[in-house]
Design a protein around this ligand. Structure first.
Ligand SMILES: Nc1ncnc2c1ncn2[C@@H]1O[C@H](COP(=O)(O)OP(=O)(O)OP(=O)(O)O)[C@@H](O)[C@H]1O
Ligand SMILES: [Mg+2]
Length: 292
């Protein structure tokens, strides 16, 4: 399954949200969620976590995407073939991932936009490797015709993070929404996540966005954002401090008191619910890709 998270302008928190969604992905023995940073403007995850990529990461994934892919098979077929751990079906994607502190697997992009842009372009021409696992893809800021936007056509679910409270972002959303909505003809589920202050109701936003549904309101949560980026910031707001104390008293590992984590978990569950009930578009993954 491929879940793409993107923005249209600004830096509304795509990498943070994609990381949180991957970290909150509903766990099962067959699922190893992998965060893939496919942002043409360069990656942040390796810097956030102080990771040296060595031979892992987006460049290695992009190079591997050019080699012929093994036959795709369901978990039942793997089981029949005697493969006990069916997560090996996603091994090709996982092979290019590093493990972040806390256990999340991530394929970080190089910080250099030239290297990252080349890798995204390669991946957008042969994105099959992404569907060899559960990929939560940070596509960054996408513009029509870009390599990033070409990747969106291959996703099962696209989450567009936008701040329509900002008039510039609202106009950008209005201009791009018809193209995003047209992804649905290819079987892609598309919805909006709203960040920042926005005085408009979900229906109002949906109306300017060619009918795209609002799936989530992402809270302004510096503590949650820092946590997602591998830094600890104790909560400042009184209600967050009480929520943290109460939750950790009952379960020290529970992070649902963190507003961003709670929202990301809801989105992850929604996206996971879509798997297996996707829109009809049998030829989607074989379509020719027209990257810029
Ligand atoms: N929900 C949030 N609440 C508060 N701050 C946030 C939230 N999400 C992200 N941030 C902060 O906003 C800044 C941008 O976040 P992030 O890098 O995730 O955005 P982005 O959309 O991926 O940007 P870019 O397009 O530059 O990659 C960071 O400083 C991050 O800590
Ligand atoms: Mg980013």
């Amino acid at each position: 399954m491929i879940v793409a998270v993107c923005s249209l302008s600004g830096a509304p928190g795509v990498t943070t949200l994609a990381t949180a969604i991957a970290a909150c992905w509903p766990s099962s023995p067959l699922t190893v969620p992998v965060l893939v940073e496919a942002d043409v403007s360069g990656g942040d995850v390796a810097s956030w976590y102080g990771i040296d990529l060595n031979d892992k990461g987006l460049v290695s994934l992009a190079v591997a995407s050019r080699t012929p892919s093994p036959v795709q098979a369901s978990a039942e077929v793997w089981a029949e073939a005697g493969v006990e751990n069916a997560s090996s079906a996603g091994a090709r994607l996982v092979n290019h991932a590093v493990e972040l502190p806390g256990g999340l697997r991530a394929v970080p992009a190089p910080a250099d936009p030239l290297e990252s842009g080349r890798a995204v372009s390669m991946l957008s021409h042969s994105p099959g490797i992404l569907s060899s696992g559960t990929a939560i893809v940070d596509v960054g800021r996408t513009v029509p015709g870009s390599a990033g936007s070409a990747l969106l056509r291959h996703a099962d679910v696209v989450v567009v993070l936008t701040s329509p409270g900002d008039v510039g972002q609202a106009n950008r959303l209005k201009a791009c929404a018809p193209i995003l909505a047209s992804l649905r003809e290819d079987g892609v589920r598309v919805g909006l996540a709203i960040s920042g202050a926005c005085g408009h109701g979900d229906n109002e936003v949906s109306q300017i966005a060619a009918g795209l549904p609002v799936w989530a309101r992402v809270p302004h949560d510096p503590t949650g954002a820092a946590l997602t980026q591998g830094r600890h910031h104790p909560p400042h707001r009184w209600r967050d401090r009480v929520a943290a104390w109460w939750s950790q008293r009952n379960d020290p590992d529970d992070l649902e008191w963190v507003p961003l984590i709670r929202t990301a978990k809801g989105l992850a569950e929604l996206c996971d619910d879509f798997s297996g009930i996707g829109l009809e578009a049998p030829s989607r993954h074989t379509m020719a890709v027209s990257a810029a």
